[in-house]
Design a protein around this ligand. Structure first.
Ligand code: ADP
Length: 400
């Protein structure tokens, strides 16, 4: 396939959300973040892909544990992605010989990126993360011209240099109106085995930078040697030790990004949008919100087939396997797992959660893609999402 061919009109149409992961410079943990977010999203029940477009130093195949060559799709000039840890992925390392030196100049970068976008048949995804080459953001802007980008996640470290570079990149995206989902501050502090943390590079830089350039702060990821070991062993920490501090931090940042996606992305304004007060008797029934890969799986315990208002403060969900769960407003509100409600590293409840009024109600409940619900609560809380998997596992559940 030549880079000069016009793009196929149906490029990535079976991918619901496309999110670029960007950093101003290399070595800040952009690929590590992309790989861990992908694993965390998969664990939340999403169908996730990860395209390694960091063509200067493709590392995703290594981090996910297989540099195997992809299979061709019969009759087409496309390949199937590889799959590990519930993540479909493809890296240049899977299609180029490993000992070939990879030195690319500007136009070649764009050409290679185009080919990577065209070559993979993802088979229907809720979300595709694209691990971009580090730099000023040109590659992200180029990507945005080829596909409808849902947003960009910017990764940085607390060091001043990387923060000022980050600022420039963010300004470039702003000019071209690519939605920035937020900033992740990686290697933010050292966590020792005793549970104590030490902010080696100073504290709060990422949050302050995000605020000063007017983008959301998604979270801090600690420096943790197990992150390196897990990446080198081919099983990202979110899969290897999902209950550890680093994995929790990645998951929390991922959640924050999904909440932003619900506002900006293509999944926003989902299939249903309950108005709790006004449409008290309304219910939603039928296909789960916009599955990209066809009909919902028959009998799937993690797929809702019906969502309705049982009473003034109870939400009912019927699931694909015939089971039903009931979720009371206060119980659901206080089960909110987002970083404004629970500490992103320890998962202990924050004071804001302890003061939730007993008569809290959802004002609206909207679907996010085909994987989550996002209530807007009467106490002003807006950023929490509950994945279908979490709801099925009992978030806010009461006995009928
Ligand atoms: P980039 O994609 O920005 O070039 P990588 O994801 O390849 O960076 O990470 C660079 C190095 O830093 C890798 O060895 C990786 O394991 C390590 N690393 C990334 N994040 C962390 C972290 N939170 N704690 C410790 N090491 C990390």
């Amino acid at each position: 396939m030549s880079a000069t061919q016009p793009p196929p009109p149906d490029l990535l149409t079976d991918v619901r959300e496309i999110v670029a992961v960007h950093s101003a410079k290399g070595g800040v943990g952009k690929s590590t973040t992309a790989a861990n977010l992908a694993c965390a999203f998969s664990r939340m029940g999403m169908t996730v892909g990860l395209l390694d477009a960091d063509i200067h130093g493709p590392s995703i195949a290594h981090m996910l544990g297989s540099s195997a060559s992809p299979e061709m799709v019969p009759g087409r000039e496309q390949v199937r992605p590889l799959e590990r840890h519930g993540v479909r992925y493809l890296s240049l390392a899977n299609v180029a010989p490993s000992d070939a030196p990879i030195i690319w100049r500007g136009p070649m970068v764009a050409g290679a990126l185009n080919q990577l976008l065209e070559i993979v048949d993802w088979g229907g995804l809720d979300l595709l993360l694209v691990d971009m080459p580090p730099g000023t953001g040109d590659a992200v802007l180029g990507l945005g011209q080829r596909v409808a980008l849902s947003g960009v996640i910017v990764v940085t470290t607390p060091e001043a240099l990387s923060l000022s570079d980050t600022r420039r990149g963010i300004q470039a995206f702003g000019a071209l109106q690519v939605p920035i989902l937020g900033l992740v501050e990686n290697m933010s502090a050292f966590v020792c085995d005793c549970g104590e943390t030490a902010a080696i590079f100073g504290e709060g830089g990422g949050a302050a930078t995000a605020e000063s350039v007017g983008i959301p702060f998604l979270g801090r990821i600690p420096i943790d040697p197990t992150v390196v070991e897990a990446g080198d062993a081919g099983t990202p920490i979110c899969e290897a030790r999902p209950d550890g501090t680093a994995a929790r931090a990645f998951e929390s940042a991922g959640r924050a990004a999904l909440a932003q996606l619900a506002l900006h992305g293509r999944a926003g304004g989902g299939t249903f949008d309950f108005d709790w007060e006004e449409r008290r008797s309304d219910s939603w029934r039928g296909e789960p919100p916009g599955p990209p890969s066809g009909a919902p799986k028959e009998g799937d315990p993690g797929t809702p087939v019906s969502v309705w208002q049982v009473s003034d403060d109870v939400l009912g969900i019927q699931w694909g396997d015939g089971g039903t769960t009931y979720h009371r407003a206060w119980e659901l509100r206080t089960a909110c797992p987002c970083a404004a409600c629970v500490d992103e590293w320890t998962r202990t409840k924050l004071p804001s959660l302890e003061s939730v009024p007993r008569d809290v109600r959802p004002l609206t409940i909207r679907s996010v893609g085909r994987y989550a619900l996002q209530p807007a609560w009467s106490d002003g809380h807006r950023t929490g999402i509950f994945t279908f998997r979490e709801l099925r596992r009992g978030a806010g559940v009461i006995e009928p």
